[in-house]
Design a binder for this molecule. Structure first.
Ligand SMILES: C[S@@+](CC[C@H](N)C(=O)[O-])C[C@H]1O[C@@H](n2cnc3c(N)ncnc32)[C@H](O)[C@@H]1O
Length: 198
């Protein structure tokens, strides 16, 4: 179905917002994001995972929702419109929309967020260099005991993606980063934690 057709169906209540995450992955994200005060999501699309994060974060918290949302042929991003509406319906915490790539957002927010980021879900550009840029921009901003969740970080029988850049970068670089410990693996999702007191 074309993006525009899906948007019309979504407006009429005949189609839902879409995600590539599994139910188990979303449940895992919700467990680890619960009660956190400073969160970021890189790659929002229709906002399905953003809604889960917003619902469980601290009521006093802020969630940076980062996505460049390039416009399509009609000059608008229908994905952005769907996300804004879906995420806007969740009444908890505060969401700051950052319409930039993950790398550009990290540069813009690094002074403000350094050492304060309690949870980040990286699900943006899944190429090797795309994840490298996100990892290099965001990993150093994570707070003590903070968490990094990576989607499409491993291949699974139902999602065989061993050749994906995000899988290769995770396995070759991120899992060898001695600052972080792997604390959970669910489907293609990996969750890492920094040591320290939260
Ligand atoms: C797989 S979707 C995210 C899905 C969302 N996390 C969910 O499961 O509901 C990937 C999104 O990343 C965005 N994206 C692509 N390149 C990006 C980049 N360099 N930085 C941040 N987001 C990017 C795309 O516009 C797209 O909306």
């Amino acid at each position: 179905m074309s993006v525009f057709k899906h948007f019309l169906k979504w407006q009429l209540g005949l189609a839902q917002a879409q995600t590539q995450t599994t139910v188990a992955e979303r449940d895992c994200l919700a467990v680890h994001a619960a009660g956190r005060n400073v969160l970021a999501e890189i790659g929002v699309w229709h906002g399905v995972t953003t809604c889960r994060l917003r619902a469980v974060m601290a009521a006093t918290g802020v969630l940076y929702a980062v996505d460049p949302y390039p416009v399509g042929r009609l000059g608008v991003s229908f994905q952005r419109r769907i996300a804004a509406s879906e995420v806007g319906r969740v009444q908890n915490g505060r969401v700051e929309w950052v319409r930039k790539t993950g790398a550009a957002a990290a540069r813009a927010l690094s002074a403000q967020l350094a050492g304060k980021l309690e949870f980040i879900f990286i699900d943006g550009d899944h190429s090797y260099n795309g994840l490298r840029e996100d990892w290099e921009g965001w990993a150093g901003l994570v707070a003590p005991a903070g968490l990094v969740a990576l989607h499409d970080s491993r291949s699974t029988p139902t999602r065989p993606i061993e050749a994906a850049g995000s899988v290769r970068y995770t396995q070759e670089v991120i899992l060898k980063d001695l600052r972080f410990t792997e604390i959970a693996v669910v489907d293609s999702l990996t969750v890492l934690q920094l040591p320290g007191e939260s």
